[in-house]
Design a protein around this ligand. Structure first.
Ligand code: M6R
Length: 606
């Protein structure tokens, strides 16, 4: 949570920081602030609310200076307010810090500092770090930061600056992500690569337990114990255009429309006549040693895992479990040495997913990461990485990364099925051909935008919406409900269709919207029967179904059509009309689609 940016060079620091924060705003938007060093002092401007409020204040009173730090906040300790906005200062005003994550022992540290006479100005855990850095300062900011972080436990990233050493910024990574961007005569710091893509594509990844000492000439990295670290820069593949809206009203809509191309990219060179996985050295070497797959993830990535579980069991006959990462961590799972832990995360930085993946490894499982972000914590910790190549996903509501996660798992399931002798070469080729046809089919769904838009008008006034499906369609229903909730704020609940009559049907009355995903042929007739029961209560049924399914038209009030494909892959197509439905409902209601209230893109705290 929260976005951090830093700059030292010859440009206006304020400009670089604001532009970087704009790109990081998806990480939190409860408040924003910047601190800029100039003429032997550090000036701070901050504002509760979206970045534009800060920009308004900076327009009225610009901050001159060529070095500074900035922050966009997702509140953990203390309500969103000007007072709790970062950067935070020490009592002299010479030291400023921004911070992403949580200082777990902040209460004890705060008590200790207050007992020594320090007066706190905010309710945040971050402020203790400003006072600790100041208290330990003896002419060297790096040493002061080193001492401060030795006192503070938790998962966080810290960036500090002082008026006494202008032109120097010191950052520390204690789990939460941090990168250094390298320019000519200028250096950048950020939580995430897209923040400074306008200025550079060369990055140093700061690893856990490392300190980066940043000046305009570059960055020296060392461990928390003071051992120097040699690190080669990486070159970011993404360009600045990939993080712009490109003519769409919202990032979410742009990302939905990118999906055909994303499917193509995820399949990429991995799909010839048969599936070839790139760089999965352990999995490729030991396909028959995998006795069980433990999938772990949160949110939308968890819904992708629900699909993956079925694919691995159905196509590769490998028993698979899927667990929310935050539950797996404390659930005493029976993960054994012949387990493959598949951790799914768009960002590769979700704290719960990382912790669950580490737990699985601790139990002897091999860790396979399915992620979008090259160099992310998850990617670096894993034995093998299957990148989904979705490109930067900016909208808080995940769309294209979800689709790419499904495609990635489909490839893996096919490969494992073949490698373990479950699928014949001809079965594999047939399914591989189906996968290759998906980009065009996804594109054809995006040509029929009218359906979701019209249905959305009916749904916008609803108090509650139910999403149902059986088997893989249940996973799609879960994702459809989450999408709708997070951006429209309408209550939605997903359940297996067969479960409705065991209680929830009591809530279904005349006009109650029920969204039914109906693609799985094995259970098609059962779905129709269930929908008759729902219709008998005069519910309004919206179905997502194949375009040649004539029977569904007899029970549903509205049908959102998708092209037919092999049932194991239908979730890849069926999610798209539901994403569009959520988008149009939210739009109809005038919601803040890309930055829904209370949420942030990557949840790097427990
Ligand atoms: O970066 P991750 O894939 O690990 O993120 C997991 C969830 O926080 C994320 O999918 C969240 O549920 C999205 N907002 C859903 O649209």
């Amino acid at each position: 949570m929260c976005g951090i940016v830093g700059y030292v060079g010859s440009r206006s620091a304020q400009e670089v920081l604001v532009r970087g924060l704009r790109r990081l705003e998806y990480r939190g938007y409860d408040s924003a602030g910047v601190a800029v060093a100039h003429n032997g002092a550090v000036a701070v401007t901050k504002a509760e609310g979206k970045l534009d409020r800060l920009v308004g204040r900076l327009e009225e009173a610009p901050l001159p200076g060529r070095a500074g730090i900035g922050h966009t906040r997702w509140a953990t300790h203390g309500v969103p307010s000007d007072r709790n906005a970062h950067p935070h200062r020490d009592t002299t005003g010479d030291f400023v810090v921004v911070h992403n994550g949580i200082v777990e022992n902040f209460r004890a540290l705060r008590d200790e500092l207050e007992a020594s006479g320090v007066e706190f100005r905010s309710e945040t855990d971050t402020e203790v770090l400003a006072h600790l850095v100041a208290a330990h300062y003896d002419g060297d900011l790096k040493e002061a930061v080193r001492h401060a972080i030795a006192r503070a436990s938790g998962a966080y990233a810290l960036v500090a600056m002082t008026a006494r050493e202008p032109g120097r910024i010191v950052a520390a990574r204690m789990i939460s992500p941090l990168v250094v961007g390298l320019g000519r005569g200028e250096t950048f710091l950020a939580s995430d690569i897209p923040a400074v893509l306008d200025y550079t594509r060369r990055f140093l990844i700061v690893e856990d337990g490392e300190i980066a000492d940043v000046t305009r000439d570059g960055a020296a990295i060392e461990t928390i114990d003071g051992d120097p670290v040699e690190r080669s820069p990486i070159t970011a593949e993404w360009d600045a255009a990939a993080v712009e809206k490109g003519g769409f009203d919202h990032f979410m809509l742009k990302e939905i429309h990118e999906q055909p191309e994303v499917i193509r990219r995820t399949l990429g060179a991995r799909m010839q006549d048969e599936v070839a996985l790139d760089g999965l050295s352990w999995v490729e070497g030991h396909p028959s040693e995998v006795a069980r797959i433990w999938i772990t993830a949160c949110g939308t990535a968890y819904h992708a895992g629900l699909v993956g579980r079925v694919l691995f069991e159905r196509l590769a006959r490998i028993p698979a479990e899927v667990a929310y990462a935050h539950e797996l961590r404390y659930g005493h799972p029976l993960i054994g040495e012949r387990s493959l832990s598949l951790a799914i995360s768009q960002s590769g930085e979700t704290a719960d997913t990382l912790a669950a993946a580490r737990l699985a490894r601790h139990h002897g499982a091999r860790l396979l990461a399915l992620t979008n972000v090259v160099g992310s914590s998850l990617a670096r910790e894993a034995d093998d990485v299957l990148y989904i190549w979705a490109g930067p996903e900016i909208s808080v509501a995940s769309t294209k990364a979800y689709i790419a996660m499904l495609v990635g798992q489909s490839l893996l399931a096919l490969w494992l099925g073949r490698a373990r002798g479950v699928l014949s070469a001809s079965e594999e080729r047939k399914l591989a051909a189906e996968l290759s046809g998906l980009p065009a089919k996804a594109a054809s769904i995006l040509e029929r935008l009218d359906g979701p838009r019209r249905v959305a008008e009916h749904l916008a006034g609803a108090g509650s919406i139910y999403f149902i499906g059986r088997g893989l369609d249940h996973a799609t229903a879960m994702e459809g409900a989450l999408k709708l909730k997070e951006i429209s704020y309408i209550h939605a609940e997903a359940m297996p269709a067969g479960e409705l009559k065991h209680g929830t049907l009591a809530l279904v009355t005349e006009g109650t919207p029920v969204v039914a995903v109906v693609t799985q042929q094995e259970v098609h007739s059962k779905m129709l029967l269930g929908l008759q029961e729902v219709k008998a209560r005069r519910a309004t049924v919206i179905a997502v179904a194949y375009e040649d399914d004539e029977e569904i038209g007899l029970v549903a009030d509205h049908v959102l059509r998708i092209p037919r494909t092999a049932d194991p892959f239908s979730p890849i197509l069926a999610a798209i009309p539901l994403q569009l439905l959520a988008y149009h409902v939210a739009r109809h209601l005038g919601r803040d689609i890309d930055q829904p209230r209370n949420l942030a893109k990557s949840v790097t705290v427990e």
